[in-house]
Design a protein around this ligand. Structure first.
Ligand code: NAP
Length: 559
């Protein structure tokens, strides 16, 4: 009864370190880790102890006998990662090497104090790593009144397993030494230099808050948007609650076929009754209930073997939805299969080759993968009426009628006030998370990055764990080497300063009140019914009873 890793694998590697026999790979220290689509359990070496199940923050692991029917392909997928062997080999009984926690050499003055900007996965994993050391203080600044970045506003609402990682983040936020400063925008409410006056270092984990734009005629017409905007819309992000997503069209076209495109296509074709049991935003659920969409076409400029989506997501999509290919694309899949040698790509192609035919009548909203389509222009004068493609590598033109064109060609980082920016890669130039001055190539003292703003918008939630760990190790090394200036202000001065700038700052108690109010609004049927305006969030946060005076005094003393 070996254990099996399934679709929601977040790749944070916690299972690897929990496994007593080192049967989960690639581990974070192995070369394939950075590019792996998920982690895999060796069914021969697994001793069924279940330690990985407890360690996994997203409930992605189960014994093979307890899988849902849709998860059964993952048994073969896990096994396929390991070479075929004759007979049962003994487990290695060797623990995966854990990167030692960074040892902070404490000074007599103030303890190491770090401001983290952003509160998504990279920020929370960085806080976790810093707080492995006693006495370290971490203050997390977030523009929204709610924390957790893409774990809250990026993961699709039908992927509640993946969202479970927020339970881990709640635990990190409850650790001694951790403080939230939510509803505070760094760059406008407080500046980078001001944060440095109160901290030894500022670590930016702000992600890639916008997206790459497709530069073709007609983009920008009503009826065009980006998939990432739609993701933020259906997830109740306050900045996108008012987005017009007109679903009064039978066909939607998504350009690009990464996992974001799959998420959006799935949500647009899913039964709204199923979604009504998730934390999807109310406005999105309402729009989906009156949707006329019958088909979402996911159009890629290259062929099937170059598909950007991952195999676990493809398996998840095809096991629950109606996904088809037209005859020409079936041919392309078979042609690619006849030459492809990479086992992972072959697996993807095999799943694609088993898809239904697009000529079949549409009986329920469905998804169609389409290949070799390079977008040329969006058709229409006042609003999108269709999209014209060049059949890649030919002079042929193809056209699809649609009232909604969504581009899904990747996220993009934006410059951070006070820090250098690499325009072409859309990241902050850095070496292992140390921000570099482009003029001299030397590190900028006290400035660090982690997550997508450090390495670009790729990978899964847990990929940010090893990314943040690397940054924190370098930060601590710089502190130990005396390279970080002592902050000019310490203790409760920060609280007073931030409140002076943003009186509506939300702390951990305020977030707990918002969290409880959203959960209560879910009525036990949904995990939560999200607030999608800042005003509602602030109102819910205001319901927190003020802590008794002795607790406030004690909190002041602890700082
Ligand atoms: P992505 O995986 O980088 O896919 C981008 C897509 O856009 C590719 O198909 C790419 O095609 C296409 N593209 C780029 N420029 C184009 C152009 N000018 N014209 C037409 N097509 C163009 O990006 P993503 O989907 O935004 O995902 C970002 C990251 O988040 C990925 O690592 C993804 O795995 C991760 N993610 C994971 C999950 C999950 O695990 N459930 C969910 C969402 C996101 P080419 O390949 O031809 O360039």
């Amino acid at each position: 009864m070996p254990h099996v890793i399934t679709q929601s694998c977040c790749s944070d590697g916690s299972c690897v370190y929990a496994c007593p026999v080192n049967c989960i790979h690639p581990s974070p220290d192995e070369p394939g880790f950075a590019t792996a689509e998920m982690l895999y359990i060796d069914p021969v070496a697994c001793v069924d102890c279940g330690a990985c199940v407890s360690a996994c923050p997203v409930g992605a692991i189960a014994p093979d006998t307890r899988l849902e029917p849709a998860q059964l392909p993952f048994i073969e997928l896990n096994a396929a990662f390991y070479p075929k062997r004759e007979g049962k080999l003994p487990p290695t009984s060797k623990l995966a090497p854990v990167l030692e926690a960074p040892v902070v050499r404490r000074r007599s003055k103030a303890p190491l104090t770090v401001a983290i900007v952003g509160s998504g996965p990279a920020a929370m994993y960085a806080a976790d790593e810093l707080l492995t050391q006693k006495g370290v203080r971490v203050n997390v600044f977030e523009k929204l009144p709610t924390p957790y970045g893409l774990a809250r506003a990026g993961v699709a609402p039908d992927h509640q397993h993946t969202k479970r990682v927020t339970t881990l983040f709640d635990k990190i936020a409850a650790r001694r030494g951790f403080s939230f400063y939510l509803n505070v925008e760094v760059g406008s409410d407080v500046t980078h230099d001001e944060l440095l006056e109160h901290h030894h270092a500022v670590l930016y984990a702000v992600g890639s808050p916008t997206d790459r734009r497709l530069d073709v005629d007609g983009i920008g017409l009503p009826g065009t948007a980006t998939a990432t905007e739609v993701v933020a819309w259906y997830n109740g992000h306050p900045d996108f609650a008012g987005l017009t997503v007109d679903l009064n069209t039978e066909q939607v076209v998504i350009i690009g076929n990464g996992n974001v495109a799959l998420d959006v296509a799935r949500i647009l074709t899913m039964d709204p009754d199923v979604l009504s049991r998730t934390d999807i935003a109310d406005h999105a659920l309402q729009a989906l209930r009156s949707s006329r969409v019958r088909e979402v076409v996911i159009a890629a400029r290259r062929g099937p073997a170059a598909s950007a989506f991952t195999l676990p997501e493809l398996i998840g999509l095809t096991s629950t939805g109606d996904v088809v290919l037209d005859a020409a694309d079936h041919e392309r899949v078979l042609a690619d299969l006849s030459t492809e040698t990479d086992p992972l790509t072959r697996n993807k192609l095999e799943v694609l080759s088993g898809l239904g035919d697009a000529s079949a009548p549409i009986t329920r909203p469905r998804i169609r993968f389409a290949y070799q389509l390079t977008p040329r222009r969006v058709l229409g004068t006042d609003s999108a009426q269709g999209i014209q493609f060049e059949v890649t590598g030919t002079d042929d033109v193809a056209q699809i009628s649609t009232g909604l064109v969504l581009t899904s060609i990747g996220y993009r980082g934006v410059p951070i006030r006070g820090l250098p920016f690499d325009e072409s890669a859309a990241v902050v130039p850095n070496d292992g998370g140390r921000v570099l001055d482009p003029a001299t190539g030397a590190p900028l003292p006290g400035s660090y990055v982690a997550g997508w703003i450090k390495r670009g918008p790729t990978g899964f939630i847990g990929t940010n764990k090893s990314c943040a760990t690397e940054t924190v190790h370098n930060l601590v090394a710089d502190y130990n080497d005396g390279l970080l200036s002592e902050p000019a202000h310490t203790g409760s001065a920060l609280d007073r300063f931030v409140r002076g700038r943003q009186p509506a700052v939300i702390d951990a108690a305020g977030w707990k009140a918002i969290d409880a109010a959203e959960t209560a609004r879910g009525g036990g049927v949904r995990p939560r019914a999200k607030f999608s305006s800042v005003a509602e969030m602030l109102e819910a946060a205001a319901d927190v009873p003020a802590p008794p005076v002795h607790r406030r005094l004690l909190a002041g003393l602890r700082r």
